[in-house]
Design a protein around this ligand. Sequence first.
Ligand SMILES: [Fe+2]
Length: 241
Amino acid sequence: MSELLGPERKKELKRLIMELHRGAGVEEVKGRFKELVQGLSPEDIARLEEELIEEGLPREEIQRLCDVHIEVFKDVLKESGGGEEWHPISILMKEHEIQLSAVDGLIRAAGDGRREATVSFIDHLLSAENHYLREENVLFPYLEKHGITEPPAIMWMEHDEIRELKKELKSLRGMLEGNEEVFEKVKKVGEKLRDVLSSHFFKENNILFPTAEGVIEEREWVKIREEFDDVGYCCYTPPPL
Ligand SMILES: [Fe+2]
């Protein structure tokens, strides 16, 4: 844990989080918040979230709170560099980008009532399941091994939310034949999915991945990459190790 995270600052930061939890507006606490988080690492934030959960704040609250945190942290967060192309984090980040552009494509195609394109974007999004499996079954256990347990649990909850939306798309997919209403529904679900994905990927790129890069050792990344290869890829094939 960063030395900058002394007990006083931590206490104040927790107090602010609790204020947000009780419904204080982001604008009210934003200034104080920003001052307090200057110099904090993503790992510090992850640990802090864990402590709050240990102290009894439900995980669902932390997840909702995350969205507010992101608003506050946006200016001070630094996206994970990802590093070289073979690196598991680079792969996940690239897949995030591809999935976001697929969901944008889906919204446009459904908006124009283009059936073939709509079906193909839905299929593309559905085929990204192994992206989530690589995170859940490979990356998260490594984080847990290093004592980071709550952020992966929150990300996993969001994965399930994403899966529910994709299930809706899957069931709409078969009803697209010349039915304008269904296109409209697909567009709506697509827009919801875009919101959930953007917020989820932002958290991973800016908090979870930098945290992982801080605690996971170089030789472990090679193992992670091997395990990624075993699970397989979706949207693109990364260069070999
Ligand atoms: Fe994820």
